[in-house]
Design a protein around this ligand. Structure first.
Ligand code: ADP
Ligand code: MG
Length: 240
């Protein structure tokens, strides 16, 4: 579903990604971890073309992300992305947040979009909040809305960049629970997170990044039980 081959990227003269190669199969959950500044956010943003690359190739469902002929808007509509900060439109109600892109990008009718939005709000346990505004919801609730909003687009894959790191501790689980459910339903997911409990529960593979390189790309159990690199050992020692 997602394939990166020999991807390198520079911010000016600073090389942020070095020769990154990996793939995520349909239905696979891949957790990306590693120290701050190692290039995790950049890597995940290259997948839907939010950050251009200078070398290598990225394919999403067979579409070459970095081919100038590729319609990035269409691609992004099909790849859901959830960031650390919820980025809901503050001046729109929850249901308007959920329907806007469905109507504008997928040309759904307003009623069809609302039906879908309400169904997904129910799925994340927030049906009764449809007509509130984002500021009236807690951080955890807003992040669940952000996930529902991405799902409204019937994504072929979901990308998450530290979706729980801006949340108060008591709200982390309500967001992780939604993500665990998605994973169990077979959604293809790439998740940058430090929540190793989540990784242990649902990840198929772990990518460990350091200084712009994918240092480890292994099955979950191998990563936790037998990390190969000293960097990964250090990282696990600090985080677990
Ligand atoms: P991570 O998500 O693992 O913390 P990032 O991908 O955010 O890492 O950043 C990797 C490195 O690239 C860091 O050193 C960061 O300072 C640098 N960086 C990130 N975004 C930019 C940018 N837009 N311009 C220049 N440098 C950047
Ligand atoms: Mg980051």
């Amino acid at each position: 579903m997602i394939s990166l081959k020999h991807v390198s990227k520079w911010y000016d003269r600073f090389q942020v990604l070095s020769d990154c190669t990996t793939e995520v199969k349909k239905g696979e959950v891949v957790v990306v971890c590693g120290p701050s500044g190692s290039g995790k956010s950049t890597l995940i943003k290259t997948v839907n073309g939010l950050e251009p690359i200078q070398e290598g190739t990225i394919l999403v469902d067979g579409i070459a992300v970095n081919d100038p002929k590729t319609n990035l808007a269409q691609l992004r509509a099909r790849v859901g992305m959830v960031f650390q900060h919820f980025e809901l439109f503050p001046h729109l109600s929850i249901i308007e947040n959920l329907t806007l892109a469905q109507v504008k990008v997928l040309n759904r009718s307003k009623s069809e979009a609302e039906k879908k939005g309400l169904a997904l709000l129910e799925r994340v346990g927030l049906s009764s909040h449809a007509h509130k505004f984002p500021s009236q919801l807690s951080g955890g609730q807003q992040q669940r809305v952000a996930i529902a909003r991405a799902l409204c687009m019937d994504p072929i894959a979901m990308l998450f960049d530290e979706p729980t790191s801006a949340l108060d501790p008591e709200m982390i689980n309500e967001v992780l629970d939604v993500m665990v459910e998605l994973a169990y339903e077979g959604m293809t997911m790439m998740v940058v997170t430090h929540e190793m409990g989540f990784a242990k529960k649902v990840a198929h593979r772990i990518l460990f990044m350091d200084e712009g390189k994918i240092v480890e790309d292994t099955k979950k159990d191998d990563f936790f039980n037998n990390p190969q690199s000293d960097r990964a050992k250090d990282f696990l020692a600090k985080i677990l």
